[in-house]
Design a protein around this ligand. Structure first.
Ligand code: SAM
Ligand code: SF4
Ligand code: FES
Length: 331
């Protein structure tokens, strides 16, 4: 039984008595459809400057405590080169919505990284169709932009001056332009319902997402949500497992936020439906400053240490490190 209705999904999310069955089923579908290879994507967090005010995020523009930084084009490309030399086949560029990196500058960075022979994913927020087209023409392969929640009211509460329909428009434009499209949601936002999490999963299926990242919400002390409860690791894992069961052949990361809540979180996720890990390849000096939530893992480590650490963990559970660029293979 792996074709779940909305009601089935709600029942499963509400009932913890069948979790072992759920995680095993997701693990089996992962193995059957995407195999034992784990794709490592090298993540460069190149700017923590953001014009938005997402209520949950430590990078929001109103935060006065954070030490802001921007990494230069040449340094971004040299970090990517180091990552490629370490064996990474995909680079992910992520940042706040920072307009300093205009379309021309982004295209120069994209071309510089694509010269290294790697796949390139962008995660730099909401842009116009023409901007997405320029990045695609410059060589970008994939784009990550989480819908965060499909509950319109909650979306509105969490994202001042942002528009749910524009977020959806971004996802549609990216698909139309031929990107591999990644989305996802936060689990455990204040006032979020189980019903809306079920809708989130069905939304991923409806838009035929190629990648879905699920992260528990972790309150940041400098945000308006500082006194709210931390999201549940188990519930986030269940949303992830259900996503694997419904969208069998997609790429699903074991997210950093999961490991922040559980010291073995990424390995548990890899055994419950995930097949991707995104180790940080930014140099140590910037890591602590990209504080989207507190107690982020690996902030005192360096790229080589993280590569070795995660590779050993993956191999310890009998999985292999992929040597391909890890595009979605439709089955
Ligand atoms: N600015 C881009 C965007 O919002 O799409 C990319 C960077 S943003 C920091 C990446 C992701 O971080 C968001 O999609 C959000 O889900 C996640 N995030 C932000 N604050 C978080 C928090 N307090 N707990 C867990 N995840 C968080
Ligand atoms: Fe900016 Fe992204 Fe954080 Fe929102 S989630 S404040 S857009 S970095
Ligand atoms: Fe960074 Fe383990 S992945 S130290």
């Amino acid at each position: 039984m792996d074709e779940f209705s909305k009601n089935d999904i709600i029942e499963i999310l509400k009932d913890d008595s069948k979790n072992d069955w759920l995680f095993s089923l997701a693990d089996k579908i992962r193995k059957d459809y995407v195999g034992d290879n784990v794709h490592l994507r090298g993540l460069i967090e190149f700017s923590n400057i953001c014009k938005r005010q997402c209520k949950y995020c430590g990078l929001r523009s109103e935060d006065k405590y954070i030490d802001r930084y921007r990494i230069s084009k040449d340094d971004i490309i040299s970090y990517a080169e180091h990552a490629a030399n370490m064996g990474y086949k995909t680079i992910v560029l992520q940042s706040g919505e920072d307009e300093y990196y205009n379309t021309d500058l982004m295209c120069e960075i994209i071309k510089g990284i694509k010269n290294l022979g790697v796949a390139l994913t962008l995660s730099i927020g909401e842009k116009t169709y023409d901007e997405y087209k320029a990045f695609k023409d410059a060589g970008a392969d994939r784009y990550l932009i989480r819908i965060e929640t499909t509950d319109r009211n909650l979306y509105k509460q969490m994202h001042p001056n942002m528009d749910f329909d524009n977020r959806v428009r971004c996802l549609k434009d990216l698909g139309r332009l031929g990107y591999e499209v990644g989305t996802g949601c936060l689990v455990g936002l204040p006032n979020q319902t189980i019903e809306s999490l079920a809708e989130d999963i069905l939304f991923f299926k409806e838009i035929n997402a190629d990648m879905v990242g699920i992260g528990p919400f972790i309150p940041h002390p400098h945000t308006p949500l500082k006194d709210e409860q931390t999201g549940s690791f188990t519930l986030a894992l269940k949303v992830m497992a259900l996503t694997r069961i419904l969208l069998k052949d997609i790429n699903i990361p074991a997210t950093t936020a999961m490991e922040t809540l559980n010291p073995n979180g990424r390995i548990i996720a890899l055994q419950s439906g995930a097949n991707v890990v995104m180790p940080n390849v930014t140099t140590t000096e910037y890591r602590a400053k990209y504080e989207i939530y507190p107690n982020k893992i690996c902030i005192n480590e360096n790229p080589d240490k993280c590569r070795g650490c995660i590779s050993a963990k993956i191999q310890s559970i009998g999985r292999t490190i992929s040597t391909s660029q890890g595009f979605r293979v439709r089955k």
